[in-house]
Design a protein around this ligand. Structure first.
Ligand SMILES: *Cc1c(COP(=O)(O)O)cnc(C)c1O
Length: 391
């Protein structure tokens, strides 16, 4: 690859983020100098690694209002979701076999749900309103005597909308049903307190908040109620038996640092991202036939998701490729040529669901970049429409 070529502007933070150099610096000693296994109890190498893991566990627990023993490290949010859903399903099988979730969840929730259906569980996939938010009355009506779990995400990975976790948590508690939330997009970006929100299980990941890939955690409530979980990985009995496998100190340290910085800088960054998004939208909204997908304000500060009528989504992405790195939806499903299930669930037509762009604004983006992206988007839409007129 030529080195003098300018890389496109990165606006795909919902897919992943770069590791913050401060996070990397904290991780590095644990690859080499402090390489010990945190469960080695007979020597200093093990103790040093264990101290690092203990500190990181405390940091993450404090960040979400939990206790350290409620944090189970996993390889990321996909594994945490699988552990939460399958782990609860197996442990509460005798109590009931009904689960409630949303049509707009990430595949890392939907696919385990489908798997559980194949085993005989019943899953209610609640629709969402046109703004992407759950209808609380629909949720209320969905509870059954055999409901064991509600799994509703915090922030949507495509349209960024923030579900009303306070109300959902309250409803779950009133109905004696466990509440799991996939917080992959929101940990370190918006305030999350498991006590305040009555969350019983919460999936987290580091790589959407400037931490490394391949590390995350599941918060598992230990008191009122004490959540039972059937482990999905059996082995050395790590993580109090809930997730066996040698702990990975560099990644764990990096995860904690990323969350720590995310929270310390949340207020300033939220204000900055909100402004950049408003600037982008004010320029793009001049395009005829443009639609904003998702609630205008109850969404992640760096998220803007739009559909543009009368243009081909793939042609649009292709035209923008030299200028900006973004996607039309979830990174994990963009290989399939299917319209986004999230956009279909908020009522977008198939053609509008195809012609969507997801802008994810992050740490390194500037006003100048946002203006360049807006200009390029407007120009690309104009030229595609001209082409369409000629043919
Ligand atoms: C990215 C993401 C996941 C998957 O997380 P990994 O740590 O990459 O496994 C799950 N849910 C949501 C909402 C996500 O955005």
């Amino acid at each position: 690859m030529p080195t003098d070529r300018q890389l496109p502007i990165y606006l795909d933070r919902h897919a992943t983020t770069p590791v913050d150099p401060r996070v990397l610096a904290a991780m590095l000693p644990y690859f080499t100098e402090h390489f010990g296994n945190p469960t080695s109890t007979t020597h200093e190498y093990g103790w040093t690694a264990e101290a690092a893991v203990t500190g990181a566990r405390e940091t993450i627990a404090t960040a979400i209002g939990a206790s350290p023993e409620e944090i189970v490290f996993t390889s990321g949010a996909t594994e945490a979701n699988n552990l939460a859903l399958k782990g609860v399903a197996e442990a509460y099988f005798a109590k009931g076999q009904h689960i409630i979730t949303l049509q707009t969840e990430h595949n890392a929730v939907l696919d385990p749900c489908k798997y559980l259906e194949s085993l005989g569980f019943t899953v209610t996939y609640l629709p969402v309103q046109s703004d992407g938010l759950v209808d609380l009355d629909e949720l209320k009506n969905a509870f059954r005597p055999d409901t064991i779990l509600v799994s509703i995400m915090s922030a949507n990975n495509e349209i960024g909308v923030l579900q009303p976790l306070v109300d959902i948590g309250k409803l779950c508690r009133e109905n004696g049903v466990l509440f799991h939330t996939d917080a992959a997009q929101s940990i370190g970006q918006i305030p999350l307190d498991v006590e305040l929100l009555n969350i019983d299980l919460m999936s987290m990941t580091a790589h959407k908040v400037y931490g490394p890939k391949g590390i995350g955690a599941l918060y598992v409530r230990r008191r009122n109620p004490r959540v039972k979980l059937s482990p999905q990985l059996h082995g050395g009995g790590h993580e109090r038996g809930m997730r066996s496998g040698t702990l990975y100190p560099p990644q764990i340290v990096g995860f904690a640092k990323a969350v720590e910085f995310g929270i310390a800088e949340m207020e300033v960054e939220t204000a900055r991202l909100t402004q950049l998004r408003a600037r982008l939208w004010s320029q793009l909204s001049q395009i005829d036939g443009i639609y904003l997908n998702g609630h205008p304000t109850l969404r992640l500060p760096g998220n803007l998701n739009i559909s543009i009528a009368g243009v081909d989504g793939n042609a649009l992405l292709l035209g923008l490729r030299p200028t900006v790195a973004l996607s039309s939806g979830a990174a994990c499903s963009s290989a399939k040529i299917e319209p986004s299930h999230v956009l279909r669930a908020i009522g977008r037509s198939e053609s509008l669901a195809y012609a969507a762009l997801r802008f994810g604004i992050g740490h390194n983006n500037t006003v100048e970049q946002i203006d360049r992206v807006a200009t390029a988007t407007i120009a690309t839409v104009q030229s595609l429409r001209k082409l369409a007129l000629r043919s």
